[in-house]
Design a protein around this ligand. Structure first.
Ligand code: CO
Ligand code: CO
Length: 333
């Protein structure tokens, strides 16, 4: 669902007041955090969706990597997972087996244990995980905490919503977007390990609300604004080309409708590139605000390691209004 509709419904639910609840659902946190004892909290999250690629094993891997991502965005360690499955009983059961094998492989790669799950008969296949992680409460990284002059770093390119829409419309083949598929099935584990071995003020992962939607969460929670350098945002190959053919997913327009009034832009910003900034991502990268001092070292380490396309894409500016000012290129640095 789009961010607007969801926010309306969530605001009508009773507010949880347990003193052991360490996360706030109204702040765009990636996962719920609950204190078990002094130096131990559990971090819980849940994600599932319909296939975005044809190959069932790859779909399983992507859905699992996406679900695990919210644990990594908070700096926690995944420990257990459970499958959530919708599957048409009329379909070949080998397809389901492949989906589950793909998911299970990613859970093991994350060093976690698959505990079980639940499957229902459904018209359209859907797959995902609920994941539980652990963390020492002092180490929790939240979406809040960004400070003026922080550098905004993104660890993976964007464009997966536009590209998977293009696959469904048969405008492009899976082999032509192999790099985006590889990225979606890549865990944010190593990126998280590198980021959090340095000083990080705020972090989240880029998923359904698009780059600007999740960036806006960081701004809102931190009481800051930002300048975003559109020309620096890494895009998967063919993203602009497919966007120029109108291959935008519905979620892109929903994101833009909800967040768009917080955005201003320079006249030179490429309008197609602007659309891409709202593209809903599957298993996107980590988005973090780093103190300026040391940001370049962290970026280099990410690039040399698990995230060759990691990029500094903007700078945090004075708040308190969560405005995103988009420029084609960096003007102040
Ligand atoms: Co998230
Ligand atoms: Co999520």
């Amino acid at each position: 669902m789009g961010p607007g509709d969801l926010e309306k419904i969530l605001s009508k639910l009773p507010v949880e007041t347990s003193p052991r609840l360490l996360s706030r659902i109204d702040q765009g946190e990636d996962a719920g955090v609950f204190l078990l004892k002094d130096n131990l909290a559990i971090v819980q999250t849940l994600d599932f969706f319909p296939p975005m690629v044809d190959d069932p094993f790859t779909f399983g891997e992507i859905a699992a990597a996406n679900a695990l991502s919210d644990i990594y965005a908070m700096g926690a360690t995944p420990v257990t997972a459970m499958n959530i499955v919708g599957f048409p009983c009329s379909l070949d059961m080998e397809i389901l087996e492949e989906i589950l094998k793909g998911g299970c492989g990613k859970v093991h790669e994350a060093g976690a244990v698959m505990l079980g799950g639940h499957t229902v008969d459904d018209e359209e296949p859907k797959y995902g995980l609920s994941v539980t992680g652990t963390i020492d409460p002092v180490d929790i990284k939240t979406v809040g905490g960004a400070l003026e002059r922080d550098i905004i770093v993104l660890t993976k390119p964007i464009g997966t919503g536009i590209l998977t829409t293009s696959i469904k419309a048969e405008f492009i083949t899976e082999s032509e977007i192999a790099d985006a598929i590889e990225s979606m099935r890549t865990l944010n584990r190593k990126a998280s390990e590198i980021l959090f071995s340095h000083d990080v003020h705020a972090c989240t992962d880029v998923t359904g609300f698009g780059l600007i939607g999740h960036l806006h969460d960081i701004l809102k929670a931190g009481g800051v604004s930002c300048e975003l350098w559109a020309g620096k945002v890494p895009l998967f190959e063919h993203t602009l080309e497919m966007a120029s053919m109108g291959m935008m997913p519905g979620g892109l327009y929903r994101n833009r409708k909800f967040i768009g009034h917080w955005e201003t832009r320079g006249e030179d910003v490429d309008p197609l590139l602007l659309e891409c900034l709202y593209d809903p991502q599957t298993s996107g990268g980590l988005l973090a605000a780093l103190p300026r001092k040391g940001a370049q070292d962290t970026l280099e380490e990410l690039r040399k390691g698990p995230c060759p396309e990691a990029q500094a894409i903007g700078v945090i500016t004075k708040g308190p209004e969560p405005f995103v000012t988009i420029q084609q290129e960096c003007a102040t640095q």
